[in-house]
Ligand binder design. Structure first.
Ligand code: PEP
Length: 309
């Protein structure tokens, strides 16, 4: 067995002295708590060495938009652009998933048949099956071909009252059914102005991951979505976004160890568009993008998906 490498505070300081912004952490390496603190203090991102080899996840959340015919057409256009014989749109280093309204999932699934594009649901019930009128269970979603399910999207938290305990229950239901939950976390404008971003991210992340095993935690995708950036055209600075995503990985490292944190997939979401996607996707701690409005236009979504450098 090869000895695990130790990343110490000196490694971080050397990167900083050379003007670097990221330190690659080999798989299995141990980062000392002092090195972790220094990295945060000095603004050095601890990037898992494998990040560049992993495909970026580019997920399209269609929200409550579109007729059945429009959903079919959009899915076909995305499928054709991504897998068809047309001119390549850029490096194919992305894995795509579409999150249509639930009633359109079956039709979109048909349109995506034979492609590598995965399906996701925008929500699920925190209850099991049975006498829960209107509920859609995690098992039903898995049964109709969903691989992913969003949990804790800020619109669910705000408009439907999904509190942290409900989000945690949904996440567990999704895991138990074999889905990969996409946990959305992010601060409101008021929380940001009150310098509470990190506290909010910590609270939402730990509440959702509480009680999970490392194996379960490794199956959760996290999307950092500043609430004030969703659908507004506003975005955080790249350094704020990097800082937020790195802090999420940091919480996972402290709770589940460096292996889980190193393999964690943390996405950025909030007004991602063709002209800014590449900059977010290039961040050391960013493993993909959760795209709302721009995913409703096939060409723009495909351009975003082609963006990973
Ligand atoms: C979202 O709905 O998760 C989202 C990020 O939306 P938008 O890209 O439109 O800001």
């Amino acid at each position: 067995m090869t000895a695990k490498r130790l990343i110490t505070i000196t490694d971080v300081e050397v990167v900083r002295e050379k003007g670097g912004a990221a330190l690659e952490v080999p798989s299995g390496a141990i980062v000392t708590p002092l090195a972790r603190d220094a990295a945060r203090r000095l603004g050095v991102a601890l990037a898992p060495a494998g990040k560049r080899e992993r495909p970026a996840l580019v997920f399209g959340n269609w929200k409550a938009n579109g007729t059945l015919a429009q959903a079919r057409r959009l899915a076909r256009e995305v499928a054709l652009g991504w897998c068809g014989s047309g001119a390549p749109l850029g490096p194919r280093r992305a894995a795509l998933a579409l999150f249509p309204p639930l009633v359109h999932v079956a039709a979109v699934s048909e349109a995506l048949a034979g492609t590598s594009i995965a399906l996701g649901a925008q929500d699920l019930s925190e209850k099991g099956g049975g006498a829960f009128t209107g509920g859609v269970t995690a098992e039903m979603l898995a049964d109709i071909g969903c691989r992913y399910a969003l949990v804790g999207h800020s619109e669910r938290r705000r408009e439907f009252g999904d509190a942290d305990d409900v989000v945690a229950a949904k996440l567990r239901r999704a895991l138990a059914a074999g889905l990969e939950p996409v946990l959305c976390v992010g601060e409101t404008l008021e929380e940001r102005d009150a310098a509470r971003t990190h506290a909010v991210l910590r609270g939402q992340t730990l509440a959702a991951f509480d009680g999970l095993s490392a194996e379960q935690a490794a199956r959760v995708v996290v999307a950092y979505e500043p609430v004030w950036a969703i659908g507004t055209g506003l975005t955080p600075s790249l350094s704020d976004a990097e800082d937020a995503m790195a802090s999420i990985k940091d919480h996972l490292a402290r709770k589940f160890g460096d292996e889980v944190a190193g393999g964690a997939r943390v996405l950025y979401g909030g007004s991602v568009a063709a002209e800014n996607a590449a900059r977010f996707l290039a961040l050391a701690s960013c493993d993909g993008a959760l795209v709302g409005g721009a995913s409703l236009k096939a060409r723009e979504f495909l351009t975003i998906a082609g963006a990973p450098a």
